[in-house]
Structures are given as C-alpha cells and as structure tokens.
Design a binder for this molecule. Structure first.
Ligand SMILES: Cc1cc2nc3c(=O)[nH]c(=O)nc-3n(C[C@H](O)[C@H](O)[C@H](O)COP(=O)(O)OP(=O)(O)OC[C@H]3O[C@@H](n4cnc5c(N)ncnc54)[C@H](O)[C@@H]3O)c2cc1C
Length: 382
C-alpha cells in the first residue's frame, strides 16, 4: 500500500488497495506492450475495470457506483502510478465523473454516471485548443443556441482518451463577447454524433500506450439538456472548482510512480556488478537513493494530508497546486536519478525506468504547467 500511515486509511481501504494492485498486475500490466504498439488500451480493460469497481469507486450507489469517496480514488491512482505505466487514461475518465457529481443536474447524473461506472461510456475532458492551453479564458470553440440545441463549432487538441472516449466534458464559449463569464461546460456523448470528428492519435515522446487526439466540431448539434448543471456562464468557476482534484490526483500518481522507481532501482543496483561489487554498494548510489527516498517521504506526507482535506471538502486550490507542482517536479527528479543508476540500461525502452522517464515529463505540463501552479500559489501569498 502506498498510503499505509495516512490518518484516513481504514482496513477496508487497505484491502481495496491490495486488491487494486492485483487487478492492475493481472489485467493491465501483461498487455502493456500491446497497448504501446497500438497506441491505446483495449476496450476490454475498461469493461473489466468497470466490473471490478474501479471506474465507479467514488460514484454513489444510486448512480451505479460503489459508493466510496476520494479516499478510494486516491488509493486507485497511487496504485496506477505504482504500475509505472500510464497507458490507462483512467484519470481523465474519473475527472469527468467528478464534474457530473459536483455540478450535474439529477437527470444528467442518472443519464451518464451509471454508464461511466460500467465503462459503457469512456470519459475525457476537452479544454485545450490549438490556440490556447494555460489561458483557458481564451477558448474559441463556440456553442450558439438554436432552438433546443447548441450548435458547436471549433476544435480541441491534446485530448486524453481522444480516440477511445465517447463522453467528454467539453469547454465552450456560450457568449463570445465575455471572457471567463462566457464559458460553459457541455456533456458530450459522441457515439453517432453528426459534426463530431476525431483527428489522428498524436505521436508523443511518452505515454506511448495512451491515445491523445485532436477533436473537431463542425455545426455539431448538442441538446441544451447537456449543459452541465443547466446553467450558462458557470463553466470557468466549475473548472476552477474541479481542477483541485485533478491536480491532487497528479500528485498522488507521482507518489506511486516515485516509489516504484526507487524500488526497481534498489533491486537493479543490488544485482548489477561493477568493479567487483554491487552498484548499490558505492556510496554515491546509496546517497542518491537516500535523497530520492527522503524526497518521496516528504511528498507522501504532504499528499496524504491533502487527501485527508479533500475527503472533507477542505482542500484549498493553492494546496492542490502545491501537490501538483512538487509531485511532478519530485517525480521527475527521482526518476532521472534512477535512470542514471541504471546506466545504459536505463536508456533502453525495454526497461520500465526508461519508459517511466518519458511518461514523467508530461506531469509538469498537463493539468496546468508548473509555471501556472507557481502563479496560483503566489496569488495566495499576498
Ligand atoms: C499528453 C498530454 C495530454 C493532455 N491531456 C489533456 C486533456 O485530456 N484535456 C485537455 O483539455 N488538455 C490536455 N492536455 C493539454 C495540457 O493541459 C496543456 O498542454 C497545458 O495546460 C499547457 O497548455 P499549452 O500546451 O497551450 O501551453 P501554453 O499555455 O502555450 O504554455 C507554453 C509555456 O508558457 C508558459 N506559460 C503560459 N502562461 C504563463 C504564465 N502566465 N506565466 C508563466 N508562464 C506561462 C507555460 O507554463 C509553458 O511553459 C494534454 C497535454 C498533453 C501533452
């Protein structure tokens, strides 16, 4: 278990964490090479995760979920990070569900949450556009009211689950004359939807087994019943509210991944011989691994505390930004050291640590860049 000492850990969560690790080891890890070759996971993995209860862990039972909370999600994402492989776009799926939980109308929750819990719907978040990422207020995809529909025109880029997803929380401008106040969120079911088109599966330096795509909307009709929360112009504040969970989640994944990197590197350097002894016997190796462990434990303590707060709905946005900033930066530093300690083998894709290295790089970019995290933290200083 990644969070054994957390104040919020219960026996039930501990058992759930062990079972989740076994699920990923049995159902995901053996197929990672295949996912990497085809640049996306199989639909079967989504269905199995649905059956197992991973997709709907924090969705209330009345909407088809298991009735857990953020603590269950936290255990899942720590274990996902610990696999060392980020092919499974579970995190954006989970975030889409949390938007519905937080802001969906009763009808929207009943319509979409049970299908997200089973994997019939695979979720994603479509915010970023070719012309704007960090500056969300500047999105240009428009949704103009026509009868009972919004007519949507524009495009999105870098959308995780962009090939396999069939339900997106879509960020649009319902009033282009306004900045943040003109933004709204739409629930977008894409199966058979006219005017919806996917671009190619984008070629990335990491996350080889995960699909990331452009999405295009050409006079795409979306019923007004799909407006999240049934209220226009609230999109920006809805985004700001939910970004806290997304950012903490990335910090949680960083804890799991960093722990895995250290464990694998201790094992490798114990086996590998140079100058007649194990690499781990060199003082430099032991000191570097000691530094990695110390950084991990500081990060873990902060993330554990933050999870305790989000369970009680008390996590402030700047605290979530700290978890994301320091999680992604520390993950990058630890994995970089671990690659070094693997020598040339650390540069070979055949080795998990090499793949973790390229996967880790995006943690500082998506979900808000490190620079944007610093802006958000700095705003609260004065
Ligand atoms: C693999 C991958 C998956 C992704 N998945 C999704 C997804 O599912 N959904 C989605 O909507 N988006 C997704 N993204 C997009 C991601 O969130 C954006 O790339 C990110 O927010 C940065 O936006 P940008 O690329 O437009 O960079 P820009 O905003 O153009 O930033 C360029 C540089 O300028 C810096 N910068 C910008 N503003 C400031 C400022 N005010 N102060 C200081 N520095 C600043 C940035 O930090 C960065 O270093 C994904 C991206 C990748 C690579």
């Amino acid at each position: 278990m990644i969070f054994n000492d957390a104040t919020w850990i219960t026996e039930e969560l501990s058992i759930f964490g062990d079972a989740t690790r076994k699920f990923f080891q049995a159902e995901m890890v053996p197929h990672v090479e295949k996912y990497r070759a085809q640049k996306q996971v199989d639909r079967e993995l989504w269905e199995k995760a649905g059956e197992y209860g991973i997709l709907g862990a924090s969705i209330p039972e009345e909407y088809g979920g298991s009735g857990g909370d953020f603590s269950h999600d936290s255990v899942i994402f720590a274990e996902l990070g610990y696999t060392g492989d980020m092919s499974f776009g579970l995190y954006v799926h989970n975030i889409a569900a949390h938007y519905l939980l937080a802001f969906g109308t009763e009808a929207q929750k009943q319509r979409w949450l049970p299908r997200l819990a089973t994997g019939e719907l695979i979720g994603g978040i479509a915010m970023t556009e070719p012309g704007t990422g960090s500056d969300l207020k500047a999105v240009r995809t428009t949704a103009l009211l026509k009868g009972d529909d919004y007519v949507v025109n524009g495009s999105k880029i870098f959308i995780s689950n962009g090939q396999v997803g069939n339900f997106f929380i879509l960020v649009v401008k319902t009033d282009s004359s306004q900045g943040a106040k003109g933004i709204s969120l739409l629930g977008l079911e894409t199966d058979g939807l006219e005017g919806f088109r996917r671009g190619q599966n984008l070629d990335k330096i990491g996350l080889a087994g995960q699909d990331t795509s452009e999405l295009f909307f050409d006079d795409m009709h979306v019923p007004t019943a799909n407006l999240l929360g049934d209220v226009e112009g609230q999109g920006f504040s809805q985004l700001m509210n939910q970004l806290a969970w997304e950012r903490l989640m990335l910090g949680i994944i960083a804890v799991g991944a960093s722990q895995r990197a250290i464990e694998d590197t201790v094992a490798y350097t114990s086996e590998r011989k140079a100058f007649g002894k194990s690499v781990i016997e060199f003082q430099n190796s032991r000191f570097k691994l000691a530094e990695c462990k110390a950084k991990l434990e500081l990060l873990r303590a902060y993330v554990e505390k933050s999870i305790g707060k989000i369970i009680k709905n008390e996590l402030a946005p700047d605290e979530a930004s700290i978890a994301k900033l320091m999680g992604s930066e520390i993950q990058g530093e630890i994995i970089d050291e671990c690659v070094q300690l693997h020598g040339g083998y650390g540069y070979m894709r055949e080795y998990l640590i090499a793949r973790m290295y390229t996967d880790a790089r995006v943690q500082r970019i998506y979900g808000g860049t490190s620079e944007i995290m610093k802006e958000l933290i700095a705003r609260n200083l004065t």
